[in-house]
Structures are given as C-alpha cells and as structure tokens.
Design a protein around this ligand. Structure first.
Ligand SMILES: [Zn+2]
Length: 86
C-alpha cells in the first residue's frame, strides 16, 4: 500500500526529534512547501501520489506534531498578513 511505503521511505517515525511516534495509524504527511496539489481538493490518493512525486515538499509527523506545525505556520502567515497586507 502506497501510504505505508511512503511512511517507510520517510523513516517510519515522526520527524520531531524527541517524539518517536512510529504507529503508522498516527502518522501523517505535512505539507511543508507548496506543491500544485494544494488548492484542488486534495483527495487522499492524489495526496499520496503528490508525496511520492515531491518528497521534498513533505515531512512526516504524528497527528500531534502535524497540528503543532500547522499552528506554527498559521501564526507566521498571520504575522505576515498583519505586517504587509494591511
Ligand atoms: Zn510527533
């Protein structure tokens, strides 16, 4: 299965150093750089093919650290908005 192969390729556990979560059911691919798949629906399988095609644009995180990462990015975007897009 594509998802499990990808998790293996990505080292098999959460990239947050101290985390160590390696249960595939709790691991997710986080978008860390834009790829064209953003914005067009992101069906599950399309997403995995995108991970396969653009591994540089993704990181492997557990659900918890994925959310932490997304919140962090959101804070940065809000700050940028506040500074430059008034
Ligand atoms: Zn984690």
């Amino acid at each position: 299965m594509l998802r499990l192969e990808l998790i293996e390729k990505f080292g098999g556990s959460c990239w947050k150093n101290e985390c160590g979560e390696d249960d595939p059911d709790r691991l997710e691919f986080a978008h860390v750089l834009d790829t064209p798949v953003m914005g067009w629906g992101r069906g599950r399988n399309k997403r995995y093919y995108d991970v396969l095609k653009n591994p540089d644009c993704y990181a492997l995180f557990c659900k918890y650290h994925h959310k932490e990462y997304d919140d962090y990015v959101k804070d940065i975007q809000e700050k940028r908005q506040e500074l430059f897009n008034k």
